[in-house]
Design a protein around this ligand. Structure first.
Ligand code: OOG
Ligand code: NI
Length: 264
């Protein structure tokens, strides 16, 4: 568990420093004297051999994680898997990859040119998982990619890191409903992702989720600094299955909308 904690601490530091500074405030609002339990984190990548989903999964597999679920997002041209650790306190890990080959030849070539800049050696140190962007990028290329795929633009600009952490609402004493958490956040000036409704999922699918809209954060492009959407914070409530165990998977229809938390 120590190696798990070390990795998640490093991911958390990168997330609050670079992608989602407001997460520290949200954390303070919900904290009840004990550290919050994370249901899961999420990572994004391109499905090219140098940086594909399997490459991101490898450091997690090495510390005991196992692949547990597969998800398809046809309209967004994404594929994802989730991973679980035998220790139930370890957060689940949701990794998605963009199906680059399904996009225009311009997007494909642009993404290949970025990924070809990644030194293979960087991928052998688990620190790449929170290493940010391992390629140079100008703002026009970010805009070009974003026009075809919001996900492609986001990933090109930010590179590798946890795009969200997710508070497990099941563990909280003060709150039992996702709506109550949303209310508190709104009251404190946060924007909630309303795509597909402010609460995604239902007791029937055994998972309810909501998320903030991503913070706007400064990113250094080759031609200067610009503010663009970074990371967001998510909240999840899981329901028991017939055997009494909490459902541990994800729900495609809900995840599809959570991705949109990084929209402009
Ligand atoms: C992942 C979105 C999906 C969930 O909990 O369903 C997700 C992402 O935005 O990269 O996190
Ligand atoms: Ni999530």
């Amino acid at each position: 568990m120590e190696r798990v904690e070390q990795l998640f601490n490093a991911l958390w530091q990168d997330y609050i420093q670079r992608l989602c500074p407001s997460a520290a405030q949200v954390h303070d609002l919900l904290e009840e004297g004990e550290p919050l339990l994370n249901d899961h984190i999420a990572l994004r990548t391109f499905n090219l051999p140098q940086v594909g989903l399997d490459r991101l999964a490898a450091p997690f597999i090495a510390i005991g994680y196992k692949p547990c679920g597969k998800y398809h997002f046809e309209a967004k041209k994404l594929y994802a898997e989730h991973f679980e650790h035998p220790n139930p306190l370890a957060p689940k890990v949701f990794i998605s990859e963009l199906m680059v080959g399904q996009f225009s030849s311009l997007l494909q070539q642009t993404v290949r040119d970025l990924v070809n800049q990644v030194p293979e050696s960087a991928m052998h140190d688990p620190a790449f998982l929170y290493g940010g962007r391992l390629w140079d990028l100008d703002y026009a290329t970010y805009e070009l990619l974003s026009a075809e795929s919001e996900y492609a633009g986001w990933l090109a600009a930010h590179g590798f890191g946890a795009n969200h952490f997710t508070v497990s609402i099941n563990q909280l004493e003060q709150f039992t409903e996702i709506q109550e958490v949303n209310h508190l956040l709104r009251h404190n000036g946060f924007l909630i992702n309303e795509s597909g409704g402010e609460v995604k999922g239902s007791p029937e699918v055994m998972l309810e989720q909501s998320s903030t809209m991503a913070d706007r954060v400064p990113v250094s492009f080759l031609d200067g600094k610009k503010e663009i959407p970074g990371g967001f914070y998510e909240f999840a409530k899981r329901y028991p299955m017939e055997d009494g165990e909490l459902y541990s998977g994800f729900v495609e229809a809900s995840a599809d909308k959570i991705f949109e938390s990084t929209n402009q």
